[in-house]
Write a protein that binds this ligand. Structure first.
Ligand SMILES: C[S@@+](CC[C@H](N)C(=O)[O-])C[C@H]1O[C@@H](n2cnc3c(N)ncnc32)[C@H](O)[C@@H]1O
Length: 266
């Protein structure tokens, strides 16, 4: 079995999230391809708007997209954007400039440097699949939450973007693309609720199907080049050229299920 690059601490720290440009390129290519499915940051902010007042914690905040939606929707007295990447925290900080009560905390989500029972709402979106032990992070969330506090975790289905894997494999760029480990191996749509339920009371599980249409080889290459799942070699232009030569320059449709689990502390 190939080692999973998404669980390799060094690769997560240094290749995947050491600079904000790489994730911005992947997210940008994906959002231009989106044809159906609500924006996760909006869904998260809606689910979090229960009227609970107090500290809001955005774990694995990345570039701060969800943090910004939480700031706008909840206007909490204290909002902590938490991530282990200095570069992404800096990007999040620049996007939240001028917002009062927002703090930026660097650390590993397996040991969050906050007191017991100090958080009203904790969000962990699209990040717990980087942990080989997501149950340990859920226990850490439960420790930080005040009694009655709310947890919202978000991940995707393991079959996300399957047709993209098939095209990459068919092109010969990475013949093993369909059998490489999923980004969502340890924490995905089907095991998320059970993992959360070990420490918290699950209130709601929501699945949304998202649809995407990549316009042509350039668009596919832009996304694929920043996805460490594939072993491609070469940059965006070279990948696009190889795709055009082998599978053509047509569009590609694909899907992903985004799953939200809302839970409360006992
Ligand atoms: C896909 S991004 C998250 C995007 C963000 N939550 C959003 O909704 O836009 C994944 C984030 O998890 C962070 N991360 C990965 N492993 C981590 C760890 N052990 N502790 C803290 N953050 C981690 C990465 O640095 C990265 O910013």
């Amino acid at each position: 079995m190939t080692a999973n690059p998404f669980l390799d601490t060094d690769r997560v720290r240094h290749d995947l999230y050491a600079d904000a440009g790489r994730i911005a390129q992947r997210t940008g290519a994906l959002s231009r391809a989106k044809t159906a499915g609500p924006h996760p940051a909006t869904v998260i902010a809606d689910l979090a708007a229960t009227g609970l007042r107090g500290t809001v914690l955005d774990i694995g905040c990345g570039r701060g997209t969800t943090t910004l939606a939480l700031a706008e929707r909840l206007d909490p007295p204290r909002l902590i954007a938490f991530d282990q990447s200095t570069a992404l925290l800096a990007e999040a900080r620049s996007r939240l400039t001028g917002r009062l009560g927002v703090e930026f905390l660097r650390g590993d989500f397996h040991a969050i440097d906050l007191p017991n029972s100090s958080v009203a709402v904790a969000v962990a979106a699209f990040c717990l699949y980087h942990s080989p032990r997501p149950a340990a992070v859920i226990a850490e969330i439960a420790r930080c939450l005040a009694p009655g506090g709310l947890s919202i975790t978000v991940t995707k289905s393991p079959d996300s973007y399957r047709t993209l894997d098939e095209v990459i494999a068919a092109s010969g760029l990475d013949p093993e693309a369909t059998s490489r480990p999923s980004l969502y191996e340890t924490f995905h749509s089907h095991n998320q609720a059970e993992t959360v339920a070990a420490c918290l009371d699950v209130q709601q599980v929501v699945h949304h199907e998202h649809r995407f249409r990549f316009a042509d080889a350039d668009h596919i290459a832009e996304y694929a080049a920043t996805n460490p799942k594939y072993q491609l070699g070469g940059g965006v232009e070279e990948i696009a050229r190889r795709l055009r030569e082998t599978v053509g320059n047509g569009s590609l449709e694909t899907t992903s299920t985004v799953t939200y689990v809302v839970a409360t502390r006992r």
